[in-house]
Ligand binder design. Structure first.
Ligand SMILES: Cc1ncc(C[n+]2csc(CCOP(=O)(O)OP(=O)(O)O)c2C)c(N)n1
Ligand SMILES: [Mg+2]
Length: 380
């Protein structure tokens, strides 16, 4: 097999693992939202593997990239990816999806599942949270970064559905983001043309691209949500656009791969049904009909991470150690602490214990140069 063929096979195996976990968890719980998670698996795969700056062993690392799933109903997407990338979330916890007291609730909740940055479910609200996080990043960068010495520089991503964009809060928040030129904010709009009630034609005909352009955002379109190269290059491009926020509109098909439920509103908020789960797995060429089957190749044996796109298949990989290696390699970078302390001293902080959480306010306001000027009214 050629390198490219191996790579395509491995990419698809990982993506379909996310899809099948979403189907199986919703089916087992007999409630939930399988379709959107299935459709967005390729996007999540490329984002986590190629772009997101994260450390499963230290999910609170201050300068990590943020990802906010504004379409909180699609949380099986997030849980599957967090599990596969080595966060402290087990397959048994995935099997407990939507059960009382579990760490995999029916909509993502911050503080319950490691790696979940915001509680979401009320549509539109996650976008507001993401804009707030991007403002915080810009403010911290303006306060602490110095020429040639940046200690803050992370991106905030959000994933929004049709319902998110319908909600008024998304208009206000995205208008402000455009006004503040939040270049480290990157949103994905899941343009699947389906909502809980049926086709978006019933209630929604905004030209979302023009709407965001009028807010001052940079807008891109991806015609096929399964096109990994297009997703990869759109994200790379959005990261290079530093002077305004970015929206990437991705055309997807809810419940992609399901012979009878794809592109239907039924796939939004109900299990596909045992027969359809089986038919979908067969349609995807999935190697097993056993629920919650995770192929060995999907996980790296040593650290529980998904292989990077382009990685060669190294079958058989043996058993995962459940992310123990990842947990051991805690990144609480001493260099960050040292840099933060120095920046605090330069900014006139009275005491600083080297993390954003324990940093005190300045003794007296002292004008300093703003290295990024990312906020128009920033006086730091
Ligand atoms: C503020 C708010 N109103 C209503 C709902 C109920 N609700 C859940 S999902 C949804 C719409 C689903 O359509 P879409 O956002 O396009 O998601 P998709 O089916 O494409 O995943 C609605 C109205 C909600 N979660 N939040
Ligand atoms: Mg939709």
């Amino acid at each position: 097999m050629t390198d490219t063929a191996v790579r395509v096979e491995l990419d698809q195996l990982c993506i379909n693992t996310v899809r099948t976990l979403a189907m199986d968890a919703v089916q087992q719980a007999d409630s939930g939202h399988p379709g959107t998670a299935m459709a967005l698996a390729p996007l999540a795969y490329i984002l986590w593997q190629r772009h997101l700056k994260y450390n499963p062993a230290n999910p609170e690392w201050p300068d990590r990239d943020r990802f906010v799933l504004s379409a909180g109903h699609a949380c099986m997407l997030l849980y599957s990816v967090l599990y596969l990338t080595g966060y402290d979330l087990t397959l048994d916890e995935i099997k407990q999806f939507r059960q009382w007291g579990s760490r995999t609730p029916g909509h993502s909740e911050h503080g319950v599942t490691p790696g979940v940055e915001a509680t979401t479910g009320p549509l539109g609200q996650g976008i507001g949270n993401a804009v707030g996080m991007a403002i915080a990043e810009a403010q911290l960068a303006a306060l602490f970064n110095r020429r040639g010495h940046s200690i803050i520089g992370h991106h905030t991503y959000f994933l929004a559905s049709d319902g998110d964009l319908m909600e008024g809060v998304s208009h206000e928040a995205c208008s402000l983001a455009g006004h503040l030129k939040l270049g480290k904010l990157i949103g994905f709009y899941d343009d699947n043309r389906i909502t809980i009630d049926g086709s978006t034609d019933l209630a929604f005909s905004d030209n979302s691209a023009r709407r965001f352009e009028s807010y001052g955002w940079h807008v891109q379109r991806i015609a096929d949500g399964n096109d990994l190269k297009a997703i990869d290059s759109a994200i790379a491009h959005a990261k290079r656009v530093a002077e305004r926020p970015s929206l990437i509109i991705v055309r997807t098909h809810i419940a992609w791969g399901s012979p009878h439920k794809q592109d239907t509103a039924e796939a939004h908020g109900a299990p596909l049904g045992a027969d359809e789960v089986k038919a979908t797995k067969q349609n995807l060429g999935w190697p097993s009909l056993e629920p919650f089957y995770v192929p060995d190749e999907t996980k790296r044996s040593s650290n529980g991470e998904l292989p990077k796109p382009g990685a060669r298949s190294s079958r058989p990989t043996g058993r995962s150690n459940g992310g123990r290696t990842a947990r051991r390699m805690r990144i609480s970078p001493p260099s960050w602490i040292v840099a933060s302390q120095a920046a605090c001293r330069r900014a006139g902080m009275r005491r600083c214990r080297s993390s954003a959480r324990t940093t005190r306010r300045p003794r007296e306001p002292r004008p300093a140069r703003c290295s990024t000027r990312s906020l128009p009214n920033c006086r730091s």
